[in-house]
Design a protein around this ligand. Structure first.
Ligand code: PLP
Length: 434
């Protein structure tokens, strides 16, 4: 194909994209990528960007980590697909063994692999249903669990995820997620679950409660220890399976390999992972108590591409990189550096109502005049857009679309982190009213 440079500008490619793709496929930035390296990306026009989005939490080990590239290349030379359910391969089994060892809990664990985060969530619910022989599932307002039918139903946000896509699958209920900033205490949130048992569904019909240790799309709200303790107690009292959806928090983002390691003596029964587990290759996993994981009968779980060999090779290289490069320590250091930098910006901009996070999963929430009743969604969008023009890729999130979240590779240098923070600070100085 000829490559006329005028036909390969961001604008020309966006025009082709608009004509060829449906409107429902959103796009945060009108940028087409040419190449990427660690925490930097170059577009088709040769412009460089610092990547604080990491492909939405997929690149904890950075773009094209050399060990991941080498592992995938080596696997490419051997075979790329057999379908694990037809002809098995060792990297799949080794990865499950390592995930079983990494997940918290002093009990026998089993794991299996899939392709997307939503698929992991779907399968965790299937397993919980098979084990408990119950049907209902409780999730939380503001949660995001994917775009498949069940993932969408579990997701606690109507626009854009549910609007027009009903009816939702039956027996999905939502409690309140604690968020003291917006007036929801842990007690309120626990009471909202108890209220479901009173008004909507008897606990003996509930198969699972699913929560994110830190709500991702919902706004980077951290589940308080007292909340997970209360949920664990409810689950134990009623024989309900507790699922931690670690699709966004997992693989070292929060300073521990899994965020639920920071739950003290509270241990989930099932854990979903995806995103950074595959280091840029599509891969997800369900990890859990062996007796629960063994509930579905042979053939009930799986998928043609599930646990693709290239993705398994990449994930093993990701786990090795975490050990070799001490990326969990790095995650905590990146988090501290980001929080310090963002607090310095917040000190001169009251529009930043909160700087929060867990490890390197860090966000700022914006309010007009610092008034929590007035989420600053327009300013948030303005800053995200202007940042891209200034060479920094950011993402927004939050129920009120007023949160800027940072999911920069943990392998980013301090210099690149500081460069990104300087750009962000300059944008607040230019766009936010003091
Ligand atoms: N669960 C959580 C917590 C997520 O953050 C996401 C994606 O952002 C998903 C599930 C869905 O993952 P995927 O987009 O890979 O299906």
């Amino acid at each position: 194909m000829h490559r006329d440079p005028h036909l390969h500008t961001n604008a020309a490619l966006m025009a082709r994209r608009r004509a060829a793709l449906p409107a429902g496929m959103g796009q945060a930035h009108e940028i087409f990528v040419q190449r990427a390296e660690n925490a930097e990306v170059w577009d088709v026009e040769g412009r460089r960007y610092i990547d604080f989005a990491g492909g939405i939490a997929v690149l904890n080990t950075g773009h094209r980590h050399p060990a991941v590239v080498a592992a995938v290349q080596a696997q490419l030379e051997r075979f790329t697909h057999t379908c694990f359910q037809v002809l098995a391969y060792e990297p799949y089994v080794e990865l499950c063994e390592r995930l079983n060892a990494l997940a918290p809990g002093e009990f026998a664990k089993k794991s299996f692999l899939l392709t997307s985060g939503a698929e992991a969530v779907e399968n965790a619910v299937k397993i919980a249903r098979a084990y408990t022989r119950r049907s209902a599932v409780i999730a939380f307002g503001g949660a995001f669990h994917g775009r498949t039918l069940l993932g969408m139903a579990l997701t606690g946000k109507v626009v854009p995820y549910k609007q027009g896509f009903g009816p939702m699958p039956a027996e999905i209920f939502h409690g309140k997620f604690p968020c003291p900033l917006h007036g929801v205490s842990v007690e309120d949130a626990v009471a909202s679950v108890e209220a479901l048992f009173k008004y909507d569904v008897e606990p003996s019909r509930v198969a699972a409660i699913i929560l994110e240790p830190v709500q991702g799309e919902g706004g980077f709200y951290v589940a308080p220890p007292a909340f997970v303790r209360a949920l664990r107690d409810i689950c134990d009292r009623h024989g309900i399976v507790l699922i931690a959806d670690e699709v966004q928090t997992g693989a070292g983002r929060t300073g521990t390999f899994l965020a639920c390691e920071q739950w003290g003596d509270v241990v989930p029964d099932l854990i979903t992972m995806a995103k950074s587990l595959g280091g840029g290759m599509p891969l997800s996993a369900v990890i859990g108590r062996a007796e629960i994981m063994d509930a579905p009968g042979p053939g009930g779980l799986g998928g043609t591409y599930a646990g693709n060999p290239l993705a398994c090779a990449a994930a093993l290289a990701v786990l090795d990189a975490f050990e070799r490069e001490q990326l969990l320590e790095r995650s905590r250091a990146v988090g501290e550096r980001l929080v310090a930098g963002l607090r310095a910006i917040a000190a001169r901009h009251p529009t930043i109502g909160e700087v929060r996070g867990l490890g390197a999963m860090v966000a700022v929430e914006l309010f007009e005049g610092g008034d929590v009743q007035r989420p600053a969604a327009a300013l948030t969008q303005q800053i995200v857009k202007a940042a891209a023009q200034a060479g920094l890729i950011l993402l927004s999130c939050g129920t009120h679309a007023n949160v800027i979240r940072i999911l920069v590779p943990l392998t980013a240098s301090d210099a690149v982190l500081d460069e990104g923070l300087t750009i962000l600070g300059g944008l607040f100085d230019r766009l936010a009213q003091a």
